[in-house]
Design a protein around this ligand. Structure first.
Ligand SMILES: C[S@@+](CC[C@H](N)C(=O)[O-])C[C@H]1O[C@@H](n2cnc3c(N)ncnc32)[C@H](O)[C@@H]1O
Length: 205
């Protein structure tokens, strides 16, 4: 085993752009965290290890169960009342210092659904809190996607997603009254999809 293997193990499968937020000092153990569309719970490892109060929400009961099992396996079980099956657009939980939403928003049906999901994320964010989203976008991949109308696109491989543009993200940031914590960054995955990091702070009350 190399000397850094324990560090690598501690990271689990955390998204590297989320890891970047830890490295920038934007996350403290005292913060309450909500992972929206938690999936397997892969992005919660560092929060769980740090002792953050973690909540997990997913519209799939199976995903919530997987996240709960993952946290329990790590020795940091999430209490049942904090592991919630439901859609973010319908949720009415507490407010959180950190709201995560990775690889979820492009599953919106259309623009109205996307905005309802974003409003749900924002509603759950405490003043001064950070919304960290990774989502597929049109940014830099315009020539490789087929517009289907209503903001839906067919991507390489046949996937059909709802994609937003840079202008959409900037206009939504302004409409929410959010502050970009950093420039909007996009990774082009070999013209198959573009994954954008959208990181906002809600103004303190
Ligand atoms: C591709 S997975 C991403 C899982 C995890 N965030 C990750 O990065 O590995 C998308 C997840 O979002 C969930 N999801 C999709 N739409 C949702 C919604 N409106 N509200 C809550 N969860 C949703 C799906 O059930 C699925 O578990």
């Amino acid at each position: 085993m190399t000397p850094i293997q324990p560090l690598i193990d501690a990271l689990g499968k955390t998204d590297v752009y989320l890891l970047d937020q830890f490295m920038k000092g934007r996350v403290a153990p005292s913060m309450r965290v909500l992972d929206v569309g938690c999936g397997s719970g892969r992005n919660l490892d560092l929060f769980l290890r740090a002792g953050n109060e973690v909540w997990a929400l997913d519209e799939s009961a199976t995903a919530v169960e997987r996240t709960s099992a993952h946290a329990a396996d790590m020795g940091h079980p999430i209490p049942n009342e904090r592991a919630i099956t439901g859609a973010i657009e319908d949720a009415a939980l507490a407010q959180f210092d950190v709201v995560l939403c990775l690889a979820v928003l492009h599953f919106a049906r259309d623009a109205a659904h996307w905005r309802a999901m974003v409003d749900g994320l924002w509603r759950h964010l405490a003043p001064g809190g950070m919304l960290f989203a990774r989502l597929s976008s049109t940014i830099g991949i315009e020539a490789h996607i087929e517009a289907l109308g209503g903001g839906r696109y067919r991507l390489d491989g046949g996937r059909e997603w709802f994609l937003v543009s840079l202008d959409d993200l900037l206009q939504t940031t302004e409409a929410l009254g959010g502050e970009l914590l950093e420039p909007i960054k996009t990774v082009n995955v070999q013209n198959r999809r573009c994954m954008t990091t959208w990181c906002l702070r809600k103004p303190a009350a």
